[in-house]
Design a protein around this ligand. Sequence first.
Ligand SMILES: Nc1ncnc2c1ncn2[C@@H]1O[C@H](COP(=O)(O)OP(=O)(O)OP(=O)(O)O)[C@@H](O)[C@H]1O
Ligand SMILES: Nc1ncnc2c1ncn2[C@@H]1O[C@H](COP(=O)(O)OP(=O)(O)OP(=O)(O)O)[C@@H](O)[C@H]1O
Ligand SMILES: [Mg+2]
Ligand SMILES: [Mg+2]
Lengths: 248, 248
Amino acid sequence: MIVYSIINHKGGTGKTTTAINLGAALKRRAKDVLLIDLDPQGNLSYSLGVNEFSQSMADALLGECSLGDVMEIREGITVAPSDNNLADTELSLARSEGQEKVLSQMLTDAKGFDFVLIDCPPSLSTLTLNALLAADKVIIPMQMEVLSLQGLDQIVDTINKVQTSYDKDLSIEGVLPVMVDKRRKLSIEVEDYIKENYDLRIFKSHIRNNVKASEAPSFGKSVISYKPTSNSAVDYMHFADEILELNV
Amino acid sequence: MIVYSIINHKGGTGKTTTAINLGAALKRRAKDVLLIDLDPQGNLSYSLGVNEFSQSMADALLGECSLGDVMEIREGITVAPSDNNLADTELSLARSEGQEKVLSQMLTDAKGFDFVLIDCPPSLSTLTLNALLAADKVIIPMQMEVLSLQGLDQIVDTINKVQTSYDKDLSIEGVLPVMVDKRRKLSIEVEDYIKENYDLRIFKSHIRNNVKASEAPSFGKSVISYKPTSNSAVDYMHFADEILELNV
Ligand SMILES: Nc1ncnc2c1ncn2[C@@H]1O[C@H](COP(=O)(O)OP(=O)(O)OP(=O)(O)O)[C@@H](O)[C@H]1O
Ligand SMILES: Nc1ncnc2c1ncn2[C@@H]1O[C@H](COP(=O)(O)OP(=O)(O)OP(=O)(O)O)[C@@H](O)[C@H]1O
Ligand SMILES: [Mg+2]
Ligand SMILES: [Mg+2]
């Protein structure tokens, strides 16, 4: 079982879209996938049509139920949903010591999955810390924009801090360019800047800007199942194949 | 003096871009403007070229210096900067009671400004709570996308809660459509949905999707001063005029 956290505290950089569609694409490649929604916005849960639930990650993280109690299945993928209650849970986790390992302890119950993907909120707070301590590796979806670039240092610093202060084996699998528009000179300049200044893999796969990706959530589906031949669906299938090659 | 908080916990919805360029446009209309960066990402500070500072909002919020100590001037606009240290400040504010009024108390020192604009992080946490308690009104920049729509209920709920539990006079001035691409059917559908289902003003001004807006930060300038004739600069000037009409 490989656990990936999908993180970037810069907002709107395709974290949720990547968690859902990498998950759906890995499922198409006959892998068993668990998606964990760790964002109080609950975008991942909403986007896959998981709306009415009595228990969620907010309860499981406080030990009020198990991870298994909250799981639902959509498109053959197992989903552990969240809603705004997770914001209160985060506050109570932040107020007590040693609560950053709750998620990694919970995942010892998650048996039988090939991949676990954790969708993180746009912050480097207690929830994201839990995700980093639960993960083996990290995927950083990123728009090739100047403001997104500024946050890359902060992410790398945060991951280094987690490795040293918790003696945790955690690596950055790579940066995934998302919402890419090859016609924009800025996209190419930002990508070149990363290649020259960071010791990070930029995935061969790039996710093109494609309105179908932003329409899919209104149908409660991944874009892989909503429009399998669309640019973004095809790109996420390529990305899944790249991830599988890296985990042979 | 009118204090606006620019909020939306959905990430990447143009909060920082709106704070900077509404500020720069109001300055062009001969108004005195204070911009407060309340996001640990420090995107507002970076975008206006405020990079080397020994004290910032992280220090002022802990009472280690005054608001006046951290102010810098860029394009005639006063900026109170932030960097990643603000994340630690937020954690210590969250751990102690009654710390949500720190910013509103600080603003009693801010004299001589016509407008104060507060750029908020993409979360509904302690920092955003401070911004809501310091503000007279709120501007919600929003992409006309399905996932952004989902967060609107949570924002409205949060503002209602702040009004009742703190007996605070706070209103939503409106929703500002940003990164609008009129060719996309989805944009029109989402805007129509808001008009039919919410009792909220949608500003007459819309900010068009325009690469110049995303290039400006790499020059440390507002788009108003970087490319004054670009679509996004023109749209932000219209927006400033609309804000001035609402505050006659
Ligand atoms: N390849 C794409 N093409 C077009 N639109 C996209 C693409 N990927 C994501 N989007 C849209 O961009 C917006 C931001 O994406 P998403 O919500 O996945 O980002 P996020 O990083 O999870 O945001 P947050 O920081 O709020 O959690 C959404 O409206 C989404 O539908
Ligand atoms: N009108 C526009 N046209 C094109 N790009 C834009 C426009 N407005 C903002 N952008 C770009 O979109 C991205 C998101 O905008 P911005 O950073 O202002 O959003 P934000 O809500 O402040 O994000 P965060 O949630 O991380 O604080 C940035 O890369 C920005 O340069
Ligand atoms: Mg998300
Ligand atoms: Mg911002």
